[in-house]
Design a protein around this ligand. Structure first.
Ligand SMILES: NC(=O)c1ccc[n+]([C@@H]2O[C@H](COP(=O)([O-])OP(=O)(O)OC[C@H]3O[C@@H](n4cnc5c(N)ncnc54)[C@H](OP(=O)(O)O)[C@@H]3O)[C@@H](O)[C@H]2O)c1
Length: 305
């Protein structure tokens, strides 16, 4: 087991350090920009040395996690002297191990270890970590060590090649961050009929939870419900009219997502090709003509399934 230290005692560093330490992994040192963050982490990890410089930490351990924000990783890595054979890892989902080039040049083994999870706080992060998938980028022997850590954290892993990270992270943003954006747009609509965001959130949460459950238990495409899954043109048209009166950009977002939903509906088998083409024409009609002018017709836009 490699003696391990963390540079950056924020949400991710703190959650990983405490979780690993609870599994008896030797988390031996922490350094953070502010002493108070390092102290908070160290309080929860037995025998954890609080370092006063990044170099002190790098000198004290064999495996270094740089858990600073993404834009500080390369700088932090470039400001210290690495030992030959030492291991250094960052937790960014968007960046490859290129950020650790200075350590690699000095003979260190470099890797990335991205928890595919959302960490709103260190406590929440510890709760959410078990069951998460970790995206790994590393060569042996570091690769085996990182896989061992995913087992300790009760997670699983996917191995990425250099160059995979941008699409991998864009997928995470679509399914996590932009889900938040969609909920915000929905809450804004609820304001129109006089329900506060707080009450609307409470009302929408069971729907969101049910959707996530169905994705897990039934999977795509079977979990899709709603007007596109049923080929319900009248309902879609009513939505488009209402949204257009509300906000043109919301109308565009609804159309684009609807178009992306049609192939799922086709794959599920709830609509035939003719109905799919009618929905494509209705949703793809981005002209400023009223949606009620829709007369059906061939597909004008969108993915062919
Ligand atoms: N949050 C997520 O949902 C999530 C999920 C997966 C992966 N990640 C990745 O995890 C990494 C950390 O993200 P986070 O959300 O945990 O960030 P965070 O909560 O903002 O924590 C970053 C920590 O780094 C410290 N820091 C900043 N600059 C530093 C420097 N130059 N030297 C030493 N320490 C420094 C901060 O300082 P103080 O000492 O001032 O507190 C802070 O404690 C990122 O690479 C991110 O992409 C985040």
């Amino acid at each position: 087991m490699l003696k391990t230290g963390f540079i950056g005692a924020g949400k991710t560093g703190t959650a990983l350090a405490i979780s690993l330490s609870r599994k008896r992994w030797p988390v031996a040192a922490v350094y953070s920009r502010s002493l108070s963050s390092a102290q908070t982490l160290a309080k929860m990890v037995p025998d954890c040395l609080i370092c006063h410089t990044a170099q002190q930490l790098v000198d004290a351990v064999d495996l270094v996690f740089i858990t600073t924000p993404d834009d500080a990783i390369a700088r932090v890595c470039g400001e210290v002297h690495w030992r030959d054979g030492q291991s250094v890892v960052h937790c960014s989902g968007a960046h490859s191990t290129d950020l650790l080039e200075e350590a690699r040049k000095a003979g260190a083994t470099v890797g990335s270890f991205h928890p595919l999870q959302t960490f709103a706080s260190a406590d929440r992060a510890m709760e959410n970590l078990p069951g998460s998938t970790f995206a790994l980028e590393a060569q042996e022997p570091l690769s085996s060590t990182l896989k061992q850590l995913t087992v300790l954290l009760r997670g699983s892993f996917v191995e990425l090649k250099p160059g995979d990270k941008a699409l991998y992270h864009a997928a995470a943003v679509l399914s996590c961050n932009y889900l938040v954006t969609l909920v915000k747009l929905a809450l804004d609509l609820w304001k129109d009929f006089g329900v506060s965001p707080r009450d609307a959130t409470r009302a929408l949460l069971p729907l969101l939870a049910g959707t996530v459950n169905n994705i897990g238990s039934i999977g795509l495409p079977g979990c899709l419900t709603g007007p596109v899954a049923r080929g319900d043109l009248d309902t879609i048209e009513r939505h488009l009219k209402a949204l257009k009166a509300e906000d043109a950009s919301l109308n565009r977002i609804y159309r684009e997502l609807g178009l992306q939903t049609i192939p799922i509906a086709l794959a599920k088998g709830g609509v035939d090709r003719q109905k799919a083409d009618e929905m494509k024409a209705l949703l793809g009609d981005c002209e400023d003509t009223p949606a009620s002018n829709y007369k059906g017709g061939p597909a004008t836009r969108g993915e062919d399934d």
